[in-house]
Design a protein. Structure first.
Length: 293
């Protein structure tokens, strides 16, 4: 039988542990972890993600602040806000929701966040620590960190001898995911839009991770029998069967057909998505503890 990986349940246990740690910090120091989330512009999906991040931070007992800036915000205004949050002793984590409007330089904004407050793990110091085997002293990007917990639930801590394919090469997910799998001794391939034969690469993979943003791209004949399939895609598609104008969420993996071949598979929704938010809370409480020392 195929295991359907329950990301909601695992995320709930991470959130529970974070809540306990946050309460202990407040009891011992009188200070709660603080998370600042910044959003620029009007993208509805980004607003939904940011609201759930702010809500979860409150639920964990954090000081939670959200800065909602207009689409027309200038680079300088945004950088000044980041500088203010960097200097605020009550703020342990700063997250600038991506993508930013096109006129803004995302990379410059991200690199201006203090590495110790970079709860997205996107600063070159944190990405570099992960790549050089020093992830424990840095902060790891939330979605790959969460996906890795799900992989380990199925495959255990040591992935020696296993082939892993990560489809997608973004700084936010593909690259750090590949580093985490490599650190756990998997033999790692990164596939992307310029790869010659993705289905053939996928069929070699004991661990297949898809993060491309193409609805249901991974088909059953891409999946090695018994493989662990982790779906990182969140795509909104038309659902005429639910009524006119209705939509539904699907991943990058054609779930039903791939579930028939895989050993374990993460669903969308309810797989990696809840883990991303849980790991953001975990990174914030880690940053808060470090700030005490
Ligand atoms: N947009 C989509 N996912 C993420 C994320 O994990 N962090 C940020 N900052 N923006 C995102």
């Amino acid at each position: 039988m195929t295991t359907v990986i329950d990301g909601k349940k695992t995320a709930a246990s991470v959130v529970e542990a974070v809540t306990v740690a946050a309460a202990a910090l407040e009891r011992d120091t009188g200070r709660r972890p603080g998370l600042a989330v910044v959003i620029v512009g009007n993208d509805p999906a980004s607003h939904a993600y940011v609201s759930s991040k702010s809500r979860m931070a409150k639920q964990c007992g954090f000081k939670s602040v959200q800065h909602t800036l207009a689409e027309e915000t200038s680079q300088q205004e945004l950088m000044e806000l980041v500088a203010t949050l960097n200097a605020d002793p009550e703020i342990d984590g700063v997250l600038v929701q991506l993508p930013l409007p096109k006129h803004l330089n995302s990379e410059a904004v991200i690199q201006s966040i203090l590495p110790e407050k970079d709860v997205d793990g996107l600063h070159v110091v944190n990405a570099g620590k992960l790549a050089t085997g020093d992830a424990e002293t840095g902060l790891v990007s939330c979605t790959p960190a969460g996906a890795m917990i799900l992989v380990r639930q199925i495959r255990g801590p040591d992935l020696s001898g296993l082939n892993a394919l990560v489809i997608g090469r973004s700084n936010l997910f593909g690259k750090p995911m590949a580093q985490l799998l490599l650190a756990a001794n998997a033999t790692v391939t990164i596939g992307h839009s310029k790869s010659r034969d993705l289905p053939a690469l996928a069929r070699q993979a004991d661990i297949l991770v898809a993060a491309v943003g193409r609805p249901e791209m991974v088909k059953a004949d891409w999946v090695k029998p018994g493989a662990t399939v982790i779906d990182v895609g969140i795509n909104r598609v038309a659902a005429p069967e639910k009524g006119e104008g209705k939509t539904r969420l699907v991943g990058d993996v054609a779930f039903a057909e791939c579930a028939a071949v895989a050993g374990a598979i993460s669903p969308v929704p309810g797989g990696v998505g809840p883990m991303t938010i849980a790991m953001l809370m975990a990174n914030t409480v880690i940053a808060a503890y470090r700030a005490q020392n």
